[in-house]
Design a binder for this molecule. Sequence first.
Ligand SMILES: Nc1ncnc2c1ncn2[C@@H]1O[C@H](COP(=O)(O)OP(=O)(O)OP(=O)(O)O)[C@@H](O)[C@H]1O
Ligand SMILES: [Mg+2]
Length: 224
Amino acid sequence: MTDALIHIKGLTKSYSSKAVGKVLAVQNVDLELNKGDFIALKGPSGCGKTTLLLAAGALLSPDAGEVLIKGRNPYKLSQPERSAFRAENLGFVFQSFHLVPYLTVMENVMLCELAGSGKDIKTCVTELLEKFGLTKRLKHLPSELSVGEQQRVALARAICSGASIILADEPTGNLDTENGKRVLEYLADFAKNGGAVLMVTHDHNAGDYAFRHVDMVDGKIIQQ
Ligand SMILES: Nc1ncnc2c1ncn2[C@@H]1O[C@H](COP(=O)(O)OP(=O)(O)OP(=O)(O)O)[C@@H](O)[C@H]1O
Ligand SMILES: [Mg+2]
């Protein structure tokens, strides 16, 4: 038993596709995400980063191995229990942002409150959207935003959700250097203040902010 926030042991995941048959996406990966960690997960396109992140985030059941989040295996929970467990513990920034198309910027970020965190998050949301330069966009719908703006809305939602773990897939991928650095600073602060961040990234600036680097090739971790 460890006190890691996320403990991954021997995780293996493959996909089967009609065209090419079985694709082994992640092979026997061990990884721990601890309180205060800010991990940059790097590697070439297709090496399994998103698969690992989804499995770590209780969104994709592994074929073999185990994922423990705060000591619990989410894949042993029923679907509704697992959703509630995710909402309580994990904030996500996906490669495609999963904003709700018919809700405004403000409503999207406030969603975590509706999901029942029970906290008054309005101050957090207002402050963060201002820092991310989105104050003039509060009433816009996602379709009325640039891709980089959508990315920052998704990140604000994850940070304000009250979750102690953020899983982010290329959160600076569509941002200019300045905004990218701001986002990395925020993730570093989040980790320093007792949270934990697992971030997939190709951003060369990430090196200056993440506390630990993990490299993946062909579904395996080659360096920690
Ligand atoms: N739903 C799926 N069905 C079949 N194969 C898939 C599926 N999703 C991913 N794969 C394959 O699994 C491998 C790992 O994919 P994954 O999305 O984890 O890579 P990645 O490292 O995140 O890549 P990128 O940097 O391009 O986002 C790839 O070879 C991909 O083609
Ligand atoms: Mg990916």
